[in-house]
Ligand binder design. Structure first.
Ligand code: KG4
Ligand code: ZN
Length: 338
């Protein structure tokens, strides 16, 4: 492998992040998470791009400093080209282009979803990396899909959500419960004191490995509206059980399809990626299935699950080895297929 020191930049949603990688090892991974969206119940695109503009220079400077390198040591710059919020992506893209130009180093386009999946190859993401072919449930606030990873850059989507992403379902249901955004981690925490069997919200019937999460959101909404008419304190009095029940429903939906895919494709290398892979219920179900079906499971270290630039730097390094460079005419793109 050609020795390289690569700077990765991520700005697709509401995290401004920069990381430095050398030989699969992350030397630094810095992120500024935007709190400005919390009171709105979701990411506000204009506020996000403005915050990226404020954060990008200090975040990149800190990543370089923490990695104990200098700008002149950088071999190439990888950036998230998409998918994501266009205004947010533009900040990272423009910054990466200018820095690459001023340093005279190659520029590398990275697909954000590919990065979530290939984060498994960061040296300290797992005790050992997954072996090809593996399947990966990629679950975040913007995406939910099952992919078959035959090689680094040979990834096939075998199932995906037709409406909301799983993280979006957590966040929107959390909003119904008056929880802050992002509600996923809050629901996870509150679930620990709740009984998941108290409420049930039904399961969608979807073909093959596809998902749908808009039904569960609606069924929670109608259920809550009905209960609040009888008891205005219903949410407050039942919050832990509500959270545990919602979490169980979402995790069961996710795991049912993932298990079916693993069984039918006869694959025992099974990974999860993306922000929702931090969920304790999902992690426990993966452990249970590892025992039950003899799966080798791969759950990346927490810092590589939510949006981060380490995963962007990882993909950029793989592309660097292949001389897969972009020219300066590259632009950000809100939609970007795997
Ligand atoms: O990958 P990510 O950081 O950003 C996107 O690319 O979307 O994922 C963020 C999503 C949010 O919807 C958040 O609520 C969810 O991941 N999330 C969780 C947990 N931690 C983050 N959902 C459930 N349980 C968690 N522990
Ligand atoms: Zn993401």
């Amino acid at each position: 492998m050609r020795q390289s020191i690569i700077l990765g930049i991520e700005s697709s949603c509401d995290d401004t992040s920069a990381a430095v990688i050398c030989d699969n090892t992350i030397l630094s991974n810095v992120a500024a998470t935007q709190t400005v969206h919390n009171e709105y119940g979701g990411v506000v695109p204009e506020l996000a791009s403005r915050a990226h503009q404020q954060n990008i220079i200090p975040v990149v400077e800190l990543a370089i400093r923490k990695a104990n390198i200098q700008q002149k040591d950088i071999s190439a710059i990888g950036f998230t080209r998409g998918p994501g919020l266009l205004g947010s992506l533009l900040v990272g893209t423009s910054f990466a282009k200018s820095l690459a130009m001023s340093l005279g180093v190659p520029l590398i386009e990275v697909n954000h979803l590919q990065a979530h999946i290939l984060a498994h190859f960061i040296a300290d993401a797992n005790p050992t990396p997954p072996k090809f072919p593996f399947i990966c449930l990629t679950v975040s606030g913007g995406h939910t899909m099952i992919v078959l990873v035959k090689d680094y850059f040979d990834i096939e989507i075998i199932g995906k959500t037709i409406d909301d992403a799983a993280g979006e379902a957590f966040d929107k249901i959390g909003k119904i419960f008056n929880l802050d955004y992002p509600a996923g981690p809050i629901i996870d925490r509150l679930s620990k004191n709740g009984n998941p069997e108290v409420f049930s919200f039904g399961k969608p019937k979807m073909p093959l490995y596809d998902y749908s999460f808009s039904g569960i959101k609606t069924s929670v909404l109608y259920f809550i509206q009905k209960e609040l008419q009888k008891n205005p304190d219903f949410i407050k009095e039942n919050l832990a059980d509500l959270c545990a029940s919602v979490q169980k429903s979402i995790v069961d939906i996710l795991m049912e399809k993932l298990t079916a895919a693993a069984q039918e494709l006869k694959i025992k290398e099974v990974a999860i990626a993306g922000g929702v892979s931090a969920n304790s219920g999902l992690r426990n179900s993966m452990q249970t299935n590892a025992q039950k079906y003899g799966w080798n499971i791969y759950i990346p270290k927490f810092e590589y699950t939510t949006d981060n630039a380490a995963m962007i730097a990882m993909v950029a390094q793989l592309k660097y080895q292949r001389n897969d460079f972009a020219d300066l005419s590259t632009t950000a793109t809100a939609r970007y297929n795997l």
